[in-house]
Design a protein around this ligand. Structure first.
Ligand SMILES: Cc1cc2nc3c(=O)[nH]c(=O)nc-3n(C[C@H](O)[C@H](O)[C@H](O)COP(=O)(O)OP(=O)(O)OC[C@H]3O[C@@H](n4cnc5c(N)ncnc54)[C@H](O)[C@@H]3O)c2cc1C
Length: 378
C-alpha cells in the first residue's frame, strides 16, 4: 500500500527529476557522459541509502520506496536511474544487508552521502545468465585474498570507488562463491574498456580487471562460500526495483503520447480523435497500471520480509520490462515520423527500454525462474 510517506517521496523525487534531470536528459544520452555532480545531489536528499537502516545512516525507507524513486528518476532519465540502481541497490543495499557492522561503519557513510560511488561486479565474459559459472578466483594468502579474473558489463565501472565483487573461493559451483568489498585503489585492480552502448548512455558500463588484486580478509562479506546466497537475495531486490525504471519509461511514453496526440492534427482533427490512436493509448495505460501494481506488490512482499521472492521478482521484472519496450514503440508510432527523429525523446525511450529486457537477468531467464517456481508449487 502506498502511504502518505510514499506520496511525499514521489513528489520530492519528481521535483528533483524535473528541475535537475529534465534539462540535461537528452545531453546525457548524446554525450554518453555520467552527470556525477547531479548524482551527488541525491545524497543530501537521503536517496543514496534509501533502503539502508537508519542506524547505518540510511533512510530505512524500504523496497517500495526505492521502486518509486527509480520510477520517478526513470521517467526523466532511465540511464541516470540505472546508475542510481547500481549504487543504491547493488552496492549500498548489498553492504547494508550482508556486511558486518565494521564494514557498514567503514563504507556506508561515504556511499550514502554521495562522496563515493558504488557498483557491483558479478557478470563475466563467459558467465552472464549463468552467473554461477564465474571464473574469477579469490585465493587466501596471509591476511589477504588475491583476486584474479575479469568482470564485464559493470554499471558505474569507470566512476565507482567501491564495488561489491563476487569471486570463486573453491571449485564447488554453488558453495564456492564469496562476496568481497573492493576499493578502486586496491593494488591489482583496474578498469578496462568502457562500452559504447545502444541505450542507457550516460550510465557508464565497463570491464573490471583483477590482476593479483589484494583484498584484505576483513573485506570478505559473510563467511567464505556464502556469497551465492547474498548474490541471489541482492538480485531479487534488483529485479523488483529495476521494474521501477520500466514503469518510469512507460509513464513518460504515455504522457508524451497523450500530449502530442491532442496537439497534432491530421484530416482537420487532433489525432487523439482517431480510435486506433485511442486504442494504443488505452492499451499503454492499462498495461502500465498492471505492471505498476505487480511491481509494487513484489516490493511490498520484500518489505514484509517474505523469504522467497523468486516468483514475484521475476514476474514483475519480465512483465514491466516488456511493457516498457512495447509502450515506447507505441509512442514512436503515435508521433509518426517525428517519433523516429532525435527531436523528441521517444527513440531514446525505445533504446533505453530494451536494456530492461536484458540487464538483471534476461526475459528468458526470468521465465525459466517463474516456471521453476510453478513446478515446485503445483
Ligand atoms: C547496460 C548493462 C548493465 C549491466 N550492469 C551490470 C552490473 O552492474 N553488474 C553485473 O554484474 N552485470 C551487469 N550486467 C550484465 C547483465 O546482467 C547480463 O548482460 C545479463 O545477465 C545477460 O548475460 P549475457 O549478456 O552474458 O547474455 P547470455 O547469458 O550470453 O545470453 C544470451 C542470450 O541467451 C539467452 N539464454 C541464456 N541462457 C538461457 C537459457 N538457459 N534458456 C534460454 N535462453 C537462454 C539469454 O536470454 C539471451 O537472450 C549489465 C548488462 C548491461 C547490458
Amino acid at each position: 500500500m502506498e502511504t502518505s510517506e510514499h506520496k511525499l517521496l514521489r513528489e520530492s523525487v519528481r521535483e528533483f527529476s524535473n528541475s535537475e534531470l529534465e534539462p540535461i536528459a537528452a545531453n546525457i544520452d548524446q554525450t554518453d557522459q555520467f552527470p556525477q555532480n547531479v548524482f551527488q545531489k541525491l545524497g543530501p536528499l537521503g536517496l543514496l541509502g534509501i533502503t539502508a537502516a537508519e542506524k547505518d545512516g540510511g533512510a530505512g525507507a524500504g523496497v517500495l520506496s526505492a521502486t518509486i524513486a527509480m520510477e520517478e528518476l526513470g521517467r526523466v532519465s532511465a540511464s541516470f536511474a540505472l546508475s542510481y540502481l547500481a549504487h543504491t541497490i547493488l552496492c549500498v543495499n548489498g553492504i547494508a544487508t550482508h556486511g558486518s557492522s565494521e564494514q557498514k561503519k567503514k563504507y556506508l557513510p561515504d556511499l550514502i552521502s554521495g562522496k563515493k560511488i558504488g557498483g557491483m561486479a558479478m557478470t563475466e565474459p563467459g558467465a552472464g545468465s549463468d552467473a554461477v559459472g564465474m571464473k574469477t578466483k579469490a585465493v587466501k594468502s596471509g591476511n589477504h585474498y588475491i583476486l584474479n579474473g575479469e568482470k564485464c558489463f559493470i554499471t558505474n565501472g569507470s566512476v565507482a570507488d567501491i564495488f561489491v565483487v563476487y569471486a570463486r573461493t573453491s571449485e564447488d559451483r554453488k558453495k564456492g562463491i564469496s562476496a568481497f568489498i573492493v576499493e578502486k585503489d586496491f593494488s591489482g585492480f583496474s578498469v578496462g574498456k568502457k562500452l559504447d552502448k545502444m541505450g542507457m548512455r550516460g550510465s557508464p558500463t565497463s570491464e573490471l580487471i583483477f590482476e593479483n588484486c589484494h583484498v584484505p580478509i576483513e573485506n570478505r562479506m559473510k563467511e567464505e562460500g556464502q556469497g551465492l546466497c547474498a548474490m541471489m537475495q541482492t538480485l531479487d531486490i534488483e529485479r523488483i526495483t529495476i521494474s521501477g525504471i520500466s514503469l518510469g519509461l512507460a509513464q513518460a511514453s504515455l504522457e508524451k503520447s497523450l500530449a502530442y496526440s491532442q496537439e497534432r492534427t491530421q484530416f482537420e482533427k487532433p489525432i487523439f480523435s482517431f480510435q486506433m490512436i485511442q486504442k494504443m493509448l488505452a492499451d499503454m495505460a492499462t498495461e502500465l497500471e498492471a505492471a505498476r501494481r505487480l511491481s509494487y506488490y513484489a516490493a511490498e512482499c520484500a518489505d514484509q520480509g517474505q523469504k522467497n521472492l523468486g516468483f514475484v521478482a521475476s514476474a514483475c521484472k519480465v512483465f514491466a520490462a516488456e511493457m516498457a519496450t512495447k509502450n515506447a514503440l507505441k509512442a514512436v508510432q503515435i508521433f509518426g515520423g517525428y517519433g523516429y527523429t532525435k527531436e523528441y525523446p521517444l527513440e531514446r525511450y525505445v533504446r533505453d527500454a530494451k536494456l530492461m529486457e536484458i540487464g538483471a537477468g534476461t526475459s528468458e531467464v526470468m521465465r525459466i525462474k517463474i516456471a521453476k517456481e510453478l513446478k515446485e508449487k503445483y
